[in-house]
Design a protein around this ligand. Sequence first.
Ligand SMILES: Cc1ncc(COP(=O)(O)O)c(C=O)c1O
Length: 418
Amino acid sequence: MELSEFGTRFTSEAGILSLMDDLGRAMADNGGIAMMGGGNPGYIDELQTIFQRSLAEIVDDRDRFRALVGTYDPPEGNIRFIDNFASMLRRQYGWDVGPENICLTNGSQSAFFILFNLFAGTYGDGSCKSIRLPLAPEYIGYADLGLKDDFFISSKPRIEYLEDRLFKYRVDFDNLEVGSETGAICVSRPTNPTGNVITDDEVEKLLGICRNQKIPLILDNAYGVPFPGIIHTDARPMWDEAIVKCLSLSKLGLPAVRTGVIIARQEIIRAVASLNAIMTLAPGSLGAMLVDRLVESGELVALGRRIIKPFYRRKLEKAMACIHRELKGTPYRVHRPEGSMFLWLWFEDLPVTSLELYERLKKKGVLVVSGHYFFPGLHSEWRHTDECIRLTYSQNEADVERGISIIGQEIRELYGRI
Ligand SMILES: Cc1ncc(COP(=O)(O)O)c(C=O)c1O
């Protein structure tokens, strides 16, 4: 079949497609596999009960059920949710936002497709702009979103070595030159894959650059604040007119309802709504209606603090203890886990590439993700990109322990061979 340029671009070898395919197939082939590869949130019983009850209430109420399945929302998304959400942000954070600053999308992944292509690509004067990722490694899901080649430019981080075999990536502002070639800066906070939370100071500096260049700072808070709040540092929730904040209901435990929320200045919201209308007419209502009353009561943010964060914290502490035990004596390092549900392991001078390590681990029944996927837009050679793997600790704890123990054996074997 002959396809258009668009068709060819979006059907050939997208990293995220092959990764999701591979993970899915490995899961189907082998039920006993230790799944530490995907980004699925954990199942939290207490939350599932809350959402189940909320759905039952909607189903039992004829008018609400009709609104759920029988009415298109406007292209910005469910009006009641948006009103309540804006009030919540004003009340809880003092942000100067109204309903005109909020828009829903079918998952935040589609928000990034829209936002990135609004700000990067060819402009009316013939110039070309890119999305700047100031801190690689960065979320693999961005990598294939561009309608043009060379869509991203990313920057190597500064590496800070910490005690207890930890390290932290920092934005290398000395080498971050941002000029008219940049359409927007984007950073995930907490970062997928590393669990990094860029500091308030780093965000302020990036914001300063964006204000100077009159470009937006896109903050991907899929794991962060206001919800689900899987964040273990004192990061200050920030918003102003130069920021485009992207949130998602997914990591609350609702990845299948596909609901993303954008907070931005009005002209950006209008542009996103216009694309929503063209691509999907309107975003789905289910996510908005399921959590609407939690937003209205302010309980949504509290759930993060009371249930979600402690759930992941417990899992994190177990996984970290296991890593220190199983990898002791090897040259491993772990990125300081400050948020999200991932651990980022770095094996300096690893005798094989991280992709080969991934293959070896898969044969032994452990699924991780090779780190090389997470450097979209990094055009310089850097061995480090082949020395890291990402582990997810959101699923079954016994599997995580077993998986880490197998990683420990494999790493010992590999370094033993040098
Ligand atoms: C950092 C980050 N941003 C955005 C997304 C997209 O999430 P969703 O489309 O489910 O809202 C993910 C998914 O894992 C993510 O890890």
